[in-house]
Design a protein around this ligand. Structure first.
Ligand code: SF4
Length: 156
């Protein structure tokens, strides 16, 4: 998997202070997408073991308390990203006590494959669906267009 950006401290992508990772690769081609540079799986930089370890360490850093990890892109559930994202979310849930995970995807929950669902099993909040330019509304929290849904999958 490749990634475009990693923000170790972020307050705009999800609730609370967070770590945010923007991965590379998206097949949805939404009209009006503001992240077109992330569409190619080969864009950005390699997400290697040291990056994964850094995210875990940042989430556990008590000097700046983070509420959790946000995963965006690109699409973290692009089939080519699923294995790496699954490993990351499994580590967050087993090694980072009490941290939540938010994930943005262009697929709807109904469209997910079994492998993609396995990732979602570890995620607390999913914002799903393609960005629809005609339904865009900048006043909507955590989503760009009104067709997208913020699914709070856990009670945390
Ligand atoms: S899902 Fe997101 S990154 Fe992918 S094309 Fe749509 S708006 Fe762009």
């Amino acid at each position: 998997m490749n990634f475009h950006q990693y923000y170790p401290v972020d307050v705009v992508n999800g609730e609370g202070t967070r770590c945010t990772l923007f991965v590379a690769g998206c097949e949805h081609q939404c009209r009006g997408c503001y992240n077109q540079s992330t569409w190619s799986l080969n864009s950005g930089s390699v997400f290697d073991q040291s990056m994964e370890d850094k995210i875990i360490a940042d989430l556990n850093d008590t000097r700046i308390k983070r509420r959790g990890l946000s995963l965006s892109g690109g699409d973290p559930l692009h089939p080519a990203n699923v294995a790496a994202v699954l490993k990351l979310v499994q580590r967050v849930k087993s090694e980072c006590d009490g941290k939540d995970i938010w994930l943005w995807t262009g697929y709807t929950l109904e469209q997910l494959t079994e492998a993609q669902r396995e990732v979602i099993d570890h995620v607390d909040v999913v914002v799903d669906g393609k960005y629809e330019k005609e339904l865009a509304d900048p006043s909507l929290p955590w989503r760009g267009s009104s067709n997208q849904v913020v699914h709070r999958l856990t009670s945390r």
